[in-house]
Design a protein around this ligand. Structure first.
Ligand code: F3S
Ligand code: F3S
Length: 104
């Protein structure tokens, strides 16, 4: 799977959403999250993010390693909706994101 990391927090450029063929990039309150089971690893989202927030799971920079877990655990309560567009802003964040001071 691909992972969205800290540079997305409080920015949410959303260029990535338009590239995803399976609509698996979901909007939280302060950042977006890639569904680990719905992502087909096409990689189309990664180059379009203007702040380089998106990484293949094996390439996440060390300082953002916990964002792998954040992208996975964000869906613990949500399950696999098979489409982000219909949900819109889910209005919550993973605890490591919710605890961050304002980033922008
Ligand atoms: Fe965030 Fe980059 Fe997408 S800032 S919303 S991961 S384009
Ligand atoms: Fe979509 Fe990016 Fe995965 S475009 S399928 S979230 S690699």
């Amino acid at each position: 799977t691909y992972v969205i990391a800290q540079p997305c927090v409080d920015l949410k450029d959303k260029a990535c959403i338009d590239e995803c063929p399976v609509d698996c990039i979901y909007e939280g309150e302060r950042m977006l999250y890639i569904h680990p089971d719905e992502c087909v690893d096409c990689g189309a989202c990664e180059p379009v993010c203007p702040v380089e927030a998106i990484y293949y799971e094996d390439d996440v920079p060390e300082q953002w390693a916990e964002y792998y877990k954040a992208n996975v655990e964000f869906f613990d309560d949500i399950g696999s909706p098979a489409g982000a567009a219909k949900l819109g802003n889910i209005g919550t964040d993973h605890p490591i994101v919710a605890a961050l001071p304002p980033q922008q």
